[in-house]
Design a protein around this ligand. Structure first.
Ligand code: HEM
Length: 409
């Protein structure tokens, strides 16, 4: 194979020079104040590029930036495999993978069949009261203050308490769990990632074993004692499920909530519109989700193939940056504008196809409940110091600091 040199490493010969994108995705998306507008500059180029820096800087990878191309890639599990997509085996040196996110059909279907009812709209509705209570307790705590740091004092806590409640994990350890998760997902440093991932694994392995021996009404027990395809769940499957939920469920909602509140606090007319028309909140949440994707997913090309005219080789890595998809002007008119009345909200923030996020109904409800509570309790919300607002991009996106001033309603 003849190879040309990119700045970061070699570019395989099947990659046309016109497709090579020699930038660091994390740095590129932080070049402007608004990381989404920075990322959307990718839409000025081809819908598929070869990123020389790849996923976590490991090796070069295809990066699909066009909305339509990304949707097709999410759906096409024949061409694009999810096996090892989260890199669990490589990172931890274990035999098991995250379930179901690192499995392809047909095995994936068996696992998803078990998980679906636990997160279906009915199951989420049954938890509605708990979600409302967790939210209102936190909002009331802040209502006595005129200012707060939204991320640490609310966005980080509300979805985490809900998640821990469902899983059956202790609320008091929330900070520790979030630390482990950040070590695993937020950094490129392999040693730090391994340390965080190992803590999560060790904790969950022990908890699963306790619940297997003495089940209680929580999700860890349901997984520990599950019947999968008519047989008792294996230990590797149980840890795969719990580890996947831990990483998928703990801070994704917080990330979207941070961006949504950042947007609301800077847009008084939108705040007023939603206060005056609370029935628009569901549509507003869909719109925030369309515009604020927060994860970059990964696939591996199974066999040599052509995808939308691009030759790809077996083993090529493929990145699916959902934060870029929602801002494609070829799919969405004025993509940076948040309009609850927008009719096309077919975003990719929860993915698409067989792996579409199992937690999406819960996530939508949490976002609706939280934003409604804030707009109801405070008649004015603003950013108190724009210079202190901090974003993070890369494989997972989020707001790290959002100082707010609030006026009680
Ligand atoms: C706004 C919040 C959330 C976002 C943006 C999000 C995003 C995503 C995306 C993009 C996928 C597709 C992955 C792929 O195709 O490889 C996914 C899958 C998944 N999500 Fe979420 N998620 C969110 C909330 C949650 C929550 C709250 C939970 C659990 C309580 C959860 C659990 C999962 C699981 C288990 C999968 C794997 C599904 C499968 O492979 O079939 N997610 N999520």
């Amino acid at each position: 194979m003849t190879e040309s040199e990119g700045a970061k490493g070699s570019v395989p010969s099947h990659v046309p020079v016109s497709s090579v994108w020699d930038e660091d995705f994390g740095r590129f998306t932080m070049e402007l104040d608004d990381p989404y507008e920075a990322g959307a500059r990718l839409h000025d180029g081809p819908e598929i590029v070869w990123s020389t820096h790849g996923y976590r800087g490991e090796q070069g990878a295809w990066m699909i930036v066009g909305f339509d191309a990304m949707r097709q890639a999410f759906v096409d599990h024949e061409k694009f495999s999810s096996v090892d997509s989260a890199g669990t085996r490589g990172l931890l040196g274990v035999q098991w993978q995250q379930v179901p996110i690192e499995f392809d059909p047909p095995d994936h279907k068996i696992y998803r069949k078990f998980l679906n009812p636990l997160f279906a709209p009915k199951a989420v509705s049954e938890r509605g009261e708990m979600v409302e209570k967790v939210c209102s307790d936190l909002v009331e705590r802040l209502a006595t203050k005129e200012s707060c740091e939204f991320i640490t004092e609310f966005a980080q806590l509300m979805p985490s308490y809900v998640f821990l409640h469902i899983m059956g994990m202790p609320e008091e350890q929330v900070e520790e769990f979030l630390d482990w998760e950040r070590q695993t997902l937020w950094t490129e440093d392999a040693a730090v990632r391994l340390a965080g991932a190992a803590r999560i694994r060790d904790y969950l392995v022990e908890l699963i074993e306790q619940r297997r021996r003495r089940p209680v009404p929580d999700l860890i027990s349901a997984i520990a004692c599950a019947q999968i395809d008519g047989r008792v769940i294996k230990a590797d499957e149980a840890i795969g499920f719990c580890y996947s939920l831990f990483l998928g469920g703990l801070d994704t909602v917080m990330s979207v909530m941070g961006f949504a509140m950042c947007h609301l606090a800077a847009n008084k007319p939108l705040q007023q519109m939603l206060r005056a028309n609370p029935e628009l909140m569901s549509k507003a949440v869909d719109e925030f989700l369309r515009a604020y994707g927060v994860v970059v997913m990964r696939r591996t090309v199974r066999n040599d193939c052509e995808f939308r005219g691009q030759v790809m080789k077996a083993g090529d890595q493929v990145m699916l940056p959902t934060p870029i998809a929602g801002r494609d002007p070829r799919q969405f008119e004025s993509p940076h504008h948040i309009d609850p009345h927008r009719t096309d909200k077919s975003g990719l923030t929860f993915g698409s196809g067989v792996h579409t996020c199992v937690g999406m109904h819960l996530a939508r409800r949490e976002l609706r409940v939280a934003l409604s509570a804030w707009l109801g309790r405070f008649k004015d919300i603003s950013i108190s110091d724009k210079d202190q607002v901090r974003h993070r991009t890369g494989i997972t996106w989020g707001v790290d600091c959002l100082p707010l001033t609030m006026v009680l309603a």
